[in-house]
Design a protein around this ligand. Structure first.
Ligand code: SF4
Length: 528
């Protein structure tokens, strides 16, 4: 029997693989009863690779089972590939990952009949049970719960609550050498220290199948960190937890261990984790501060503005840990609409004061297009937030709202009058309070703000803004209008495309709108 995992990773990631297939593979290798009869292979492809090449690679392998890890960035490609495979091979195709929900199967995967199975939620045990069921053809085995398939033009599915509570049951992909040596050459690794989320944000699907919390033992995390940092000398580590600080004392212990590792080898990789601003205390920030390479850092005032993205490289130089906090909106109505607690501005002010005191860096997430947000409330929220960015290197990270299949928000689209694209990445186009033309306009102004704030142009922007009396939105309108009159850049996507999105303002705008040109526009306007 041969099982292959298909990993299609986003081209822009440094690591050239997805962790999920390696974790699943490690679990199957450990627990599948007849290991000697099961060959497992993982094939990694960038999402820029021609799908025909992926199809040919799969056909060459002649697998009995194919397992696809489905995410918003690869689901369309995977569906196209799987259709071809269904017509050319007689193998079983298995789909899992966050983009696989009953709604997705019903709406977009209704042509896979017979040899297709869909793993809903946490995958390890379900995939193992499915393989056992299919490969042993034993009538004593019940069809595993938590897996959907098409039967008589309907979906057959029995939900499963049998989640892994002791995560150490999953073999470590690092300590057991499941990650191929060549992948360490890219020097980026991923780690989950826990699973689950206590929040229930309506636009998210993660919590739906992972509501309770489960943790790996601290010793397992320490051993994996030792291996990745001391032995493999990785240069970037992304912690996958929804809220790294869900157990604050435990999170602090992990940081203390990192501090010990820093003493041993004098430097640490980039470490990225997410937490909520009200789940931490001063001691946590003080520990995070010890991970830096020097006591005081302020990069945006000292580096030269270039025509490339500098926000995840030059501006974060020396900080070691990138602390991501999801704010999403300062509108109470918008937060309530998506089941998030409103932002307590007094607590936020205290938090930002401590962050400044300990000189740690944040990546602050905001969403454009939440229900009950208006163009005005969106820019008012940004105006309030950027007040805290002056003289810092924090990254303002803005996403357009995506309507993930199976999310609670998708079920409420009529309540909020939401129009959205039915194709991945499922961007929201308008809501009852944010028209389509306002959303397009707000996206353009967001791109300009992003270009200035997330670059060494930040201080220039603030010194110009302080001389003006207009609102942030009015100021961005002025800059947009000035830029749109400059012939050298009139072909820029910013002016020519109907829509701009996260990808544009994170990357292309930095070359399309050169730094020197922006500086001269700001200078001219300051002189007037
Ligand atoms: S968006 Fe983050 S905090 Fe909210 S439910 Fe999803 S994982 Fe949890």
């Amino acid at each position: 029997m041969k099982l292959i995992f298909i990993n299609i990773y986003p081209d822009e990631t440094i690591a050239r693989y997805l962790l999920s297939s390696y974790v699943l593979s490690a679990y199957i290798k450990e627990y599948y009863p007849k290991k000697d009869f099961l060959e497992i292979k993982i094939l990694n492809f960038s999402n820029n690779v021609n799908p025909q090449r992926i199809i040919e690679s799969i056909q060459k392998e002649e697998p009995d089972f194919i397992s696809y890890s489905c995410y918003v960035w690869n689901i369309n490609t995977i569906i196209g590939i799987a259709k071809e495979i269904e017509n050319s091979l007689s193998c079983v195709q298995i789909f899992g990952g966050p983009d696989i929900t009953l709604e997705k199967i019903e709406n977009s995967m209704n042509f896979f009949k017979g040899r297709a199975y869909f793993v809903i939620g946490e995958g390890e045990r379900k995939l193992l049970h499915l393989l056992e069921f299919l490969s042993f053809g034993n009538s004593d085995l019940e069809f595993p719960r938590g897996i959907a398939y098409w039967k008589d033009n309907g979906i057959s599915f029995t939900s499963d609550t049998d989640l892994i509570r002791n995560l150490d049951e999953i073999p470590s992909v690092y300590l057991n050498n499941h990650i191929e040596e060549r992948l360490y050459a890219h020097q980026q690794a991923f780690l989950e220290t826990q699973r689950g989320c206590r929040f229930r944000c309506k636009y998210c699907v993660y919590h739906k199948h992972n509501s309770g919390m489960a943790y790996y033992s601290q010793q397992r995390i320490f051993d994996e960190l030792d291996f990745l940092l001391l032995t493999k000398k990785i240069t970037a580590l992304r912690i996958f937890d929804s809220i790294f600080t869900s157990d604050l004392p435990r999170a602090k212990n992990i940081i203390r261990h990192l501090i010990e590792l820093k003493k041993k080898q004098n430097s640490l990789p980039w470490i990225y984790w997410e937490f909520t601003f009200n789940s931490i205390d001063g001691e946590f920030l003080s520990l995070v501060s010890e991970l830096k390479t020097k006591a005081q850092i302020k990069n945006s005032n000292t580096i030269t503005a270039l025509d490339r993205p500098q926000h995840y490289s030059d501006m974060l130089e020396g900080y070691t840990s990138i602390n991501c906090i999801g704010i999403q909106s300062f509108s109470n109505a918008a937060q309530k609409a998506v089941s998030r607690p409103k932002i307590n501005k007094e607590k936020f002010r205290e938090f930002m004061g401590q962050v400044f005191q300990y000189n740690v860096v944040l990546k602050i997430d905001i969403i454009l297009g939440l229900p009950f947000e208006s163009e005005r409330s969106y820019f008012e929220g940004l105006e309030y937030l950027i007040g805290y960015l002056k003289d810092t290197d924090h990254i303002l990270n803005i996403h357009r709202l995506q309507m993930l299949p199976g999310s609670d928000l998708e079920k409420s689209v009529t309540d909020f009058d939401i129009e959205y694209s039915r194709q991945a990445p499922y961007y929201v186009l308008s809501t009852g309070t944010f028209s389509c033309s306002e959303m397009k306009h707000a996206a353009r102004l967001t791109a300009i703000l992003f270009r200035m704030i997330n670059s060494p142009l930040r201080s220039k922007f603030f010194s110009w803004k302080e001389k003006r009396t207009e609102s942030l939105q009015e100021l961005l309108d002025v800059i947009f209008s000035k830029l749109s009159q400059i012939p050298e850049i009139h072909t820029a996507q910013l002016f020519q495309s109907d829509w701009v999105d996260d990808n544009y303002w994170n990357n292309k705008i930095f070359s399309e709108i050169p730094s020197q040109l922006l500086i001269s526009v700001l200078d001219q306007m300051t002189e007037k």
